[in-house]
Design a protein around this ligand. Structure first.
Ligand SMILES: [Fe+2]
Length: 290
């Protein structure tokens, strides 16, 4: 259960509440991380072993790790484990199907498996190799977390009626969209949906697809008052992309970030994929937990 007044989510508060894993059993790390996750919606574990078995043992403390994309798609299957997505830059030509996670560039705030029902409770990232960190700030693949409740509370205060109109539309319009690479069951709940243990009116779940803006035109016939809906989605996407609302920090090898996938979005800053002939070795293992 979240606190009544939401604790501030910033890079400082995330790093300040981090859980050290060194010298602890996985069960002890789960217990410590659970307390932080329940209170803040996000927990950073530091010094976690970069071993698939230990990582999944940890995640099973929070639910059922879902199969990775590759095992249910046509993406190249070189992942370290059936439930782990290896997020690593691949030069053009080295993947069979495009996934944004294999490319350079940033990932704007989004949700894990935004199309899926039931909504997966958690999302986890374990940094194995942080890759090049001597690139300029904002070009290091820094990780990004955004609290939807914080965003909505601040937008309500800033924009008043405009926020209320868009929020109303986002919470009441059913929408269904498919995954780019994954075949599974699709939900048709609104992009913003109620949570059983909501702390206030802005404490809703959000399922945002990384490329929702490009997908919307295909759904024109299925959405009421499409132009107003598009405006509401643009409002959500644009404000979520504003760095003022984001917690951004670089992850070291052994940093494990666990987030509430209903209440928080994740993303990253730009990655430089290649310099001369060298390939950025950055490697992160992501897992969605239901
Ligand atoms: Fe993602």
């Amino acid at each position: 259960m979240l606190e009544q007044s939401a604790p501030e989510i910033s890079s400082e508060t995330i790093l300040g509440a981090s859980v050290p894993a060194a010298g602890k059993t996985v069960a002890d790390v789960v217990a410590a991380a659970r307390a932080v996750l329940d209170q803040r919606g996000v927990c950073l574990v530091r010094g976690f072993p970069t071993e698939p078995g230990k990582y999944l043992e940890f995640l099973r403390g929070f639910g059922k790790p879902l199969d990775n994309y590759a095992s249910r798609s046509e993406l190249a299957d070189d992942d370290p484990h059936p439930q782990i997505n290896r997020v690593k830059y691949k030069p053009p030509g080295q993947y069979t199907r495009k996934s944004v996670h294999y490319q350079e560039g940033e990932l704007r705030p989004h949700s894990a498996r935004s199309w899926r029902t039931p909504r997966p409770a958690c999302f986890a990232m374990l940094m194995v190799d942080p890759g090049w960190r001597d690139t300029p700030e904002g070009q290091r693949g820094e990780s990004l977390v955004l609290s939807w409740r914080h965003l909505f509370a601040r937008l309500a205060a800033r924009d008043g009626e405009t926020f209320t109109r868009h929020f109303e539309r986002l919470t009441t319009t059913p929408i269904q969209f498919a995954a780019n690479n994954v075949r599974e069951e699709y939900t048709d709940i609104p992009l913003c949906y109620p949570l059983p243990d909501a702390a206030d009116a802005y404490d809703v779940g959000v399922r945002l697809k990384q490329d929702i803006t490009e997908k919307l035109p295909d759904l024109k016939g299925e959405i009421d008052d499409f132009d107003a809906y598009t405006e509401a989605v643009d409002y959500l996407v644009t404000n979520a992309a504003d760095p003022a609302f984001q917690a951004v920090f670089p992850m070291d090898s052994g940093d494990l970030l666990l987030i509430d996938n209903n209440r928080m979005a994740h993303g990253r800053r730009n990655i430089v994929g290649m310099r001369d002939d060298a390939i950025n070795p950055r490697e992160l293992w992501s897992v969605t937990v239901e």
